[in-house]
Design a protein around this ligand. Structure first.
Ligand code: ADP
Ligand code: SF4
Length: 699
């Protein structure tokens, strides 16, 4: 039963010619499935609709071949093939009673057109963001063409079945935002200069879109209200407000956010839930149209508060809807404890940035709905009545236990420690990673309510203990430990060390081993651990030097949109950063470094060295049990022994959770010979001619 406190979240919202069934709205978000994986994309969005969102939107949907984000996965609305593949999506969304939204987009000079090789378009002549080419200043004919493309795309979106059509001017990724911002628009004509001129194209495109499809579709404007770039850019208190005030009643809804993407999709290391409120709080004062906003909302109380205080009308969610596609249903059914809260790690963003289909730490089923037939809430019934023993309650063991529990297996979960959580328990105590404990909390909460799952804490399992339990299926999730010898990504043998040198691992620091300063943190891992440990030790008052062979601190976090923020925070904390240097030798009190380019040596004073390099899978239990498989007789003899998570392949928390789920889903399935999932159908028709460019009449 729903708590009446949350009734307001389920009020219908008039939305142009439509009415949203509630205030939960899956705003556009990237997912790396794109036009190449249309069945996967449709299935993923369909599950969101099933989860109760009133509207489910696409990500950036390119309207023309001059906006091509290759190599980043993209959806597009260029031709009849695109229409067919997007029809899969609108059908999937409609099947569950939600509206489908299309975020029509043109990337201007933010894209590189590497596939289409079309010239880049921009309000002004300006270097491309990524490649050594420039974008061309649009003349009046270009502007007219752009308006024609947008209008045509709006009509196509309607024909394909979209209910909401976006005019998009946000994320520092969109032509319309570049026209709005005086940082990027230095034109002298009626499309540049004073704000009314810079707003002209946005106004025209909204009018075009309303005129084209506004009779039956809602026209929403997604817009940057603060570019977070100082007074030169759009600022919430001045032009951000003025733009919306000047167009206030023109669209059917305002979807507002800050830009660029790293400011919009802040990780939990830097911002808490609701962080966009200071920027969005004035929008409802200048328009009567529904206002949608985001802020990594996972708590229905925060959502209610935003609505009651007149900040937002509609709760926009991207990451919270990825981590839990059924968030609205769970609030509606009064199952708040079942909400799988986003941890703000931005692994979802990283997969897109790496050109890959979406992954999520909390929701291992995202992107797997079509491919593997997984569902975030539904599980196949158990294929046998056998009991399963899982050893280790880190993210892999916990996920495996909850999924097998949901499948109906009799599960025994043994954990050496007093508390569950494994690495997330330890890592969430480090500076900035507190929200990551949600990985443990959700799973532990689920297990608590399953009568068929028994959890044994403080139970260090030996091979004899495992065999004594007489369980035919044993799954080991015993994790990994960081190495202390320097072996890692760049150094494939231990680093030369003199007796008396103090070498520590991240596990030592997390275990509370005393660290003497000055301390040198050597980061050969490039993800969060090196930077986080440097900050954690600095906050204890130690002098810290962070050394990395990479050019940047925590270089891989470029993919999670955190790198610049991490490096700024590390520098501001007073940590000395030495980049482009490898570890050459560790002596008592001194570390020798070598430049990765020249080999030139330098020495740094360090009483202790923390090595963030590589991890060793904990395989002792597996090694001791492997020879026992199939040895005994009878139903309780050990028949299946599996390793999952970091004890199988050390990786991210997301890979450990995924490994846990995969083991649970596949337990009673035959092993796939070549490929364990469903691929997408590919076109097999031959093109009409190889000699003549195949221009399509519909263009
Ligand atoms: P993963 O990321 O793969 O889930 P973790 O390192 O987070 O791995 O978790 C592994 C968990 O396994 C830890 O909580 C650890 O205490 C537990 N563990 C390791 N060895 C044993 C064992 N022999 N018996 C019981 N628990 C174990
Ligand atoms: Fe949230 Fe992390 Fe999942 Fe993204 S990957 S939705 S940030 S939990």
């Amino acid at each position: 039963m729903r708590d009446p406190r949350y009734d307001i979240l389920f009020e219908p919202v008039p939305f142009g010619p439509l009415t949203l069934r509630n205030r939960f709205y899956q705003v556009p978000h990237c997912n790396g499935l794109g036009a190449n994986l249309p069945y996967s994309h449709a299935a993923m969005r369909g599950v969101k609709a099933e989860g109760g969102w009133a509207a489910v939107c696409t990500e950036i949907l390119s309207i023309h071949s001059s906006s091509d984000s290759t190599p980043f996965p993209q959806v597009k609305l260029w031709d009849a093939d695109d229409e067919r593949s997007l029809r899969l999506l609108t059908d999937a969304v409609h099947e569950h009673g939600a509206y489908a939204g299309a975020e029509l987009a043109h990337g201007g000079w933010a894209v590189a057109n590497r596939y289409t090789r079309e010239p880049l378009l921009s309000p002004i002549d300006i270097p491309s963001r990524r490649d050594p080419i420039q974008a061309r200043a649009m003349d009046k004919a270009d502007i007219a063409e752009y308006r024609r493309w947008h209008r045509r795309a709006a009509l196509r979106a309607k024909a394909v079945g979209f209910d909401i059509v976006y005019v998009y001017a946000a994320d520092d990724l969109e032509l319309l935002q570049f026209f709005l911002s005086r940082r990027r628009n230095h034109r002298q004509d009626e499309y540049g200069g004073v704000l009314a001129n810079r707003t002209r194209l946005l106004r025209e495109v909204i009018e075009d879109t309303k005129d084209a499809i506004g009779d039956t579709c809602a026209v929403a404007v997604r817009i940057t209200i603060d570019e977070m770039s100082g007074p030169d850019g759009i600022c919430a208190g001045s032009e951000g407000r003025d733009i919306i005030a000047s167009l206030a009643e023109l669209p059917d809804a305002w979807d507002v956010k800050v830009s660029g993407w790293s400011n919009d999709s802040e990780s939990s290391r830097f911002k808490q839930e609701g962080y966009q409120e200071p920027y969005a709080c004035y929008i409802k004062q200048v328009t009567t149209k529904p206002v949608i906003g985001t802020g990594r909302f996972t708590s229905p109380d925060t959502m209610v508060s935003q609505i009651k205080r007149g900040i937002l009308d509609v709760i926009g969610c991207a990451r919270p809807s990825i981590a839990d596609p059924f968030l609205p249903k769970k609030v509606e059914e009064g199952r708040l404890e079942d909400i799988r809260e986003c941890i703000g790690c931005n692994i979802c963003v990283s997969t897109y940035n790496l050109g890959a289909p979406i992954n999520c730490t909390q929701n291992p089923t995202i992107g797997e709905e079509y491919k593997r037939g997984w569902h975030p809430e539904r599980y196949r019934a158990a294929g046998s009545a056998d009991a399963v023993l899982i050893v280790g309650a880190g993210p892999a063991g916990l996920e495996c236990a909850q999924a097998l529990g949901r499948r109906g297996y009799q599960v025994h979960l043994a954990e050496a420690g007093r508390e569950l959580g494994g690495r997330v328990l330890r890592e969430s105590r480090l500076h900035g990673l507190g929200e990551w404990i949600r990985v443990r909390d959700w799973r532990a909460g689920q297990l608590d309510r399953m009568a068929n799952v028994s959890v044994y804490r403080q139970s260090v399992m030996t091979a004899a203990d495992v065999l004594a339990m007489q369980v035919p299926t044993v799954i080991l999730a015993t994790g990994a430990r960081w190495r202390r010898d320097g072996f890692g990504r760049r150094n494939h043998k231990p680093v030369p060390t003199e007796p008396g040198a103090i070498m520590l691992s991240p596990d030592d620091v997390m275990d509370g081993v005393a660290v003497a300063g000055p301390v040198l943190v050597f980061d050969d891992d490039d993800y969060y651990m090196g930077g986080v440990l440097a900050e954690t030790l600095r906050r204890r008052g130690l002098d810290v030097t962070l050394v990395t062979p990479s050019a940047l601190v925590s270089a891989w976090t470029v993919n999670t949109l955190e790198q610049e923020k991490i490096q700024r925070q590390v520098l501001e904390a007073g940590i000395t950063v030495i980049a482009n240097n490898n570890l050459a030798a560790v002596r008592p009190g001194t570390v020798d470094l070598a430049c990765v380019f020249t080999g030139r040596r330098q020495s740094v004073a360090a009483a202790s060295v923390v090595l963030v390099t590589a991890r060793r899978p904990q395989t002792e239990l597996y090694d001791a049990l492997a020879s026992q498989v199939g040895q005994g007789a009878g139903a309780s003899a050990l028949r299946t022994l599996l390793r999952i998570g970091d004890c199988f392949q050390p990786g991210t928390i997301a890979t450990a959770v995924f490994g846990g789920r995969r083991a649970a889903e596949g337990l009673d399935q035959p092993n796939a010979d070549i490929i364990g999932f469903r691929t997408e159908p590919v076109a097999t028709e031959r093109p009409l001619s190889h000699a003549t460019p195949h221009l399509r009449a519909a263009e």
